[in-house]
Design a protein around this ligand. Structure first.
Ligand code: MUC
Ligand code: MG
Length: 373
């Protein structure tokens, strides 16, 4: 008899960041992960993670809503259902619960992890097999201080940990942001590529002014300069400038990708399992983007090791990530809740070996960092 989902436990886990991480909409001093432990009738446990940035500052789901909506609405849809019917369970969640992509991603990840353990396969193997087992990973400079960011960049280069950098801008006046970015790019020269993420902070007029100056400064890529809903504006910016645009908040899943493509968007897309409701939805977007010639980028919502590993298994199945990945979330945290951290080296990270996600929890650390109320 096939195994069924027996119970689903959700834990809020708070881990401090190694330094303040400043984005246009919030400054993070701590990351809160929702860790899912899904137990099955055959004794297996699947792990999942649902994580966002800055409470409700980044998007409409907060860690507390993710936990509450899993406990109240999503878990009852899965309990008692066949554990290996992942496609059917995905459809069941989507039929009965609108939105809540991060919560769904955590559950889909836990189903995939358990199924991999059941069959003795890694999640990447379940998804068709890895095309690469070492994935490039950039680092985000977001201390808010130019000199500190330059120091940090040289440290990462010298350690051979990261060779490309993303700067978070948009909180300060555009001229200050441009001066900050240009100073960092000038200091790094040809040693590293530098890109920016504006996280929707500019209107289109400001974007035209800012992007023109950033292009002149040698910036490689402009991520989500304007409001996520302004697809037409993003297409106009992509047509206007030589420097490519990366759609992040504007594109969660294949439907968004289709709408951008139909408008003639010629830029790249950031894949995130959290935006797409899980690894399977993120790979659907990847397939569409590849078909229409959009470049791919492996994105993060700054998940810890469980969520980062899930994304890595999905990205590893892709033939190419034209813009690399930003799967550095665990490195932004002062500690980890897993027995064996991910292996970051040579400007990238190794795909963890299976079965499942290839991740084991450290029970003491999990207990230590779990929220008690
Ligand atoms: C985002 O919008 O890309 C990724 C890296 C980082 O620092 O923040 C995230 C979210
Ligand atoms: Mg972004």
């Amino acid at each position: 008899m096939s195994a069924v989902v027996e119970s689903i436990e959700t834990l809020l886990v708070d881990l401090p960041t190694i330094r303040p991480h400043k984005l246009s909409m919030t400054t993070m001093a701590c990351q809160t992960m929702v860790i899912v432990r899904m137990r099955h009738s055959d004794g297996l446990e699947g792990l999942g993670e649902g994580t966002t940035i800055g409470g409700l500052a980044y998007g409409p789901e907060s860690p507390e809503s993710i936990k509450c909506n899993i406990d109240t609405y999503l878990a009852p849809l899965l309990i008692g259902q066949p554990s290996n019917s992942i496609n059917a369970l995905r459809a069941r969640m989507n039929r009965h619960v609108r939105g809540n992509a991060i919560a769904k991603s955590a559950l889909e990840t836990a189903l995939l992890d358990a199924q991999g353990k059941r069959l003795g396969l890694s999640v990447a193997e379940l998804l068709g097999g890895a095309r690469q087992t070492h994935l490039p990973v950039l680092w985000t400079l977001a201390s808010g201080d130019t000199a500190r960011d330059i120091d940090e960049a040289f440290q990462r280069l010298d350690e051979r940990r990261h060779g490309d950098f993303k700067l978070k801008i948009g909180a300060r006046p555009v001229d200050e942001d441009v001066a900050h970015v240009a100073a960092i790019k000038a200091a790094l020269g040809d040693r590293a590529s530098v890109r920016v993420d504006v996280n929707q902070a500019w209107d289109e007029g400001t974007a035209v002014r800012g992007i023109a100056a950033l292009q002149d400064a040698g910036i490689a890529l402009i991520e989500q300069p304007i409001d996520a809903r302004n697809h037409a504006g993003l297409v106009r910016l992509a047509e206007r400038f030589r420097v490519p645009m990366l759609a992040d908040e504007a594109v969660a899943d294949a439907r968004d990708g289709y709408e951008l493509a139909a408008r003639g968007f010629s830029g790249a897309v950031a894949l995130k399992i959290a935006k797409a409701g899980g690894p399977l939805g993120a790979l659907e977007l990847a397939g569409l983007a590849r078909t229409v010639g959009m470049g791919l980028y492996g994105g993060t919502l700054l998940e810890g090791t469980v969520g980062t590993a899930a994304a890595l298994h999905a990205w590893a199945t892709l033939p190419e990530l034209a813009w690399g990945s930003e799967m550095f979330g665990p490195l932004l945290l002062t500690d980890d809740i897993v027995a064996e951290p991910l292996d970051y080296r040579d400007f990238g990270v190794a795909l963890p070996a299976g079965p499942g996600l290839g991740i084991t929890l450290d029970e003491d650390k999990l207990a230590h960092y779990s929220r008690k109320h």
